[in-house]
Write a new protein. Sequence first.
Length: 220
Amino acid sequence: MRREEVAELAGIGVDWYVRLEQGRSVSPSVATVDALAGALRLSKLEHSHLRELTQHADRKPFQRETVPHAVRRVVESLNQPAYVTGRRWDVLAWNAAADELFAFSSLPEAERNTLISVLTKPASRRLFGASWSEEAKRLVAQFRATHDLWAGDPAFRDLLQRLREGSREFDGWWDAHDIGKPAAGQKRLHHPKKGLLRLEYASFQANDDPALKLVIFTPR
């Protein structure tokens, strides 16, 4: 469907629609966003993503998050593997059990990022085995939902470029524009020392800072 057709169905100007496509600042009403979602035949998840985009068009530059001391202590006290990530998927805190699985402490700070790890590191392909492609594609769809809110920010541009350069599959998944949200699930890991591991995981937002996400694993 051409831009002009979408704009006409949604009752908006073509210029406004082009600005939205380009990630430029726009401030439409809820009714306008809903009309545009209907014209584009968006799913509920895509509709929600569009609303979030238009509500947060102007953001301050990204700054790496800080994990509160209390949250860090809780993570470190857990027996199950657990770690905390921020908006940009940087791994900010973890416990000993998670370190045994993912070796976060052996990585430079700039490499402690779940997207970089899963998509660009050969060790991650071996760790996930046959499920690597499914896992990586799922992460790309989740990253799309976050990235679009920060499009143009230098920190996110840098991460996107690293993913393009480090993964031959990334561009194809990225260009599909799939949107995903974090959800509980299962993983099968082929660990070099622990062998085959079957794990369930769930993620939680921190009340101190909703940008922080706690991920906890438990054996199946």
